[in-house]
Design a protein around this ligand. Sequence first.
Ligand code: TYC
Length: 119
Amino acid sequence: MRRASPVQRRTHMMSDEDDQTQDDAGVVTKTRAKTQRPPLYKVLILNDDYTPMEFVVHVLERFFGLSHAQAFELMLTVHKKGLAVVGVFSFEVAETKVAQVMDFARRHQHPLQCTMEKE
Ligand code: TYC
């Protein structure tokens, strides 16, 4: 008598994500393991009335690897719109960037704010 739920035997690993099983009737089934992507976090810079434009441009160059032209353009976006996403990172990298920017701004006595949010 056939079993209701046939025994699946793993025949061989195709790759990290694929494997192949064969039941006792000889039916080969491929399964694909779902790889979980780690969540990403947006880092945002907020506008304020006091931080000098050149300081924000410098922050964007120094901590986010932007060219001077890219940094200037993004700073103007923040200035006009109130905030902008300056990058998307893993939790640990986003947390480090936020801490670096906040510390740098505080040391220069500017009220610049940098935050992160889950994408
Ligand atoms: N609004 C500031 C000024 O006029 C410039 C500024 C831009 C400040 C972006 C913060 O995230 C900021 N000096």
